[in-house]
Design a protein around this ligand. Structure first.
Ligand SMILES: C[S@@+](CC[C@H](N)C(=O)[O-])C[C@H]1O[C@@H](n2cnc3c(N)ncnc32)[C@H](O)[C@@H]1O
Length: 283
C-alpha cells in the first residue's frame, strides 16, 4: 500500500461487504476493513481512480461484469497447499479402495473450493496411486475465482510449495523446471489431464452439471460464510452427492446444529444420508 492511497471509509466498506456477501457468500467482519482496502488499492491505482466510491461506480455498472469478477478474485482468500490436513488423504486412499471393491463405476471426487489446484492435484495423486493413473476415477475441481483457476490449470508451482508431498510421489507426478522455470515444478500432463477444472459459485452449485459424487472436499471455505449461507451451501452440495457419499470439511470448521442430512463419522468427516432428506433433516 502507498501512503497516498485513498482511505476506505465506513460507508464504502459497507458497500463492498454487501457486494462480496451477495456475490460469493463471503461475510467480512468489520475487522477486515484494512484487508479490503489493501486488496483493492492496487486495482484503484491501476485504473487511475482516486476513491473507492469511484471504483464502486464501476462495479455497479450493468456492463461491469468483468470488473465484478476481478473484485471477487481480489476479495477471496486462496491460501492452500499440497497434502493439507494429511489425515483426509490417508482416509481417501482407504475409501477409494473400498469403493472400487464394492461396486462397478467410476469413483467420483469433487474439490469444491479448489483454489490454485494443490488440493485437487493431491487428490489425483492419491487416486492414481490407489486405483492407477488410468483407473476408473474422476476428479472435478471448482472455484469462484477465475484467477486461481487459471493458475490451477497451469499447474506450475515454486519448489517450496510441494515440500509436503512425499518424495516418491513428487518424483512421479512433478516435472522439474529448467532455465526460466528453475526452482519450479509442473504437474505431469498425465496427472493434470485427470483433473477437470471449472468455474462454479457454491451459492449456485445445485446447478452444477456433475452429480453422484462419492467424496466432496469442501475445506477451508465454510469459515468465510455465515450460518445461513453455510446451511444453504451444504444443502445444495448434498444434491450433488451419492447417497452414502462423504463430505470432508476443514479441521477448524464445524457443521454444528445445522440440521442437514449429514451424519458425523469423525471430526471433519460426514456421511450423506438421503433418507434423512425425506424425513426432514438430520437428527
Ligand atoms: C482458503 S481457499 C481453500 C482451498 C482448499 N480447499 C484448501 O483447503 O486448501 C478458499 C477458496 O474458496 C473459494 N471460494 C470462496 N467463496 C466461494 C464460493 N462462493 N464459491 C466457490 N468458491 C468459493 C476461494 O476463491 C478460495 O479459492
Amino acid at each position: 500500500m502507498h501512503t497516498s492511497d485513498p482511505v476506505l471509509n465506513d460507508a464504502e466498506f459497507a458497500r463492498f461487504k454487501q457486494f462480496i456477501l451477495s456475490e460469493a457468500g463471503i461475510d467480512l467482519p468489520a475487522s477486515k476493513r484494512s484487508l479490503v482496502q489493501s486488496r483493492l488499492s492496487k486495482r484503484l491505482r491501476h485504473l487511475g481512480l482516486d476513491s473507492y466510491s469511484a471504483y464502486w461506480k464501476l462495479l455497479s455498472d450493468p456492463r461491469g461484469q468483468a470488473e465484478r469478477q476481478r473484485a471477487v478474485n481480489l476479495l477471496s482468500t486462496n491460501e492452500t497447499y499440497f497434502f493439507r490436513e494429511p489425515q483426509h488423504f490417508h482416509w481417501l486412499e482407504q475409501q477409494a479402495q473400498a469403493l472400487r471393491d464394492q461396486r462397478a463405476g467410476a469413483v467420483k471426487v469433487w474439490s469444491a473450493a479448489s483454489s490454485t489446484g494443490e488440493e485437487p492435484y493431491t487428490i489425483a495423486m492419491v487416486m492414481a496411486e490407489t486405483l492407477g493413473l488410468a483407473g476408473n476415477w474422476k476428479v472435478c475441481a471448482t472455484d469462484i475465482n477465475t484467477k486461481v483457476l487459471a493458475a490451477a490449470k497451469r499447474g506450475v508451482y515454486p519448489l517450496d510449495r510441494v515440500r509436503r508431498t512425499p518424495p516418491r510421489l513428487w518424483q512421479k507426478y512433478f516435472l522439474r523446471g529448467h532455465d526460466e522455470y528453475e526452482g519450479m515444478v509442473r504437474v505431469s500432463p498425465e496427472l493434470a489431464r485427470r483433473v477437470e477444472f471449472s468455474k462454479l459459485n457454491l451459492l449456485h452449485c445445485d446447478k452444477f452439471q456433475q452429480t453422484d459424487f462419492d467424496i466432496v472436499f469442501l475445506r477451508n471455505v465454510l469459515i468465510y460464510f455465515n450460518e445461513g449461507t453455510k446451511r444453504d451451501v451444504l444443502a445444495r452440495v448434498c444434491t450433488r452427492m451419492r447417497d452414502g457419499g462423504h463430505l470432508l470439511i476443514g479441521h477448524s470448521e464445524s457443521l454444528h446444529k445445522l440440521d442437514l442430512p449429514l451424519v458425523q463419522e469423525v471430526p471433519s468427516r460426514y456421511r450423506f444420508e438421503a433418507a434423512r432428506l425425506k424425513s426432514g433433516g438430520a437428527k
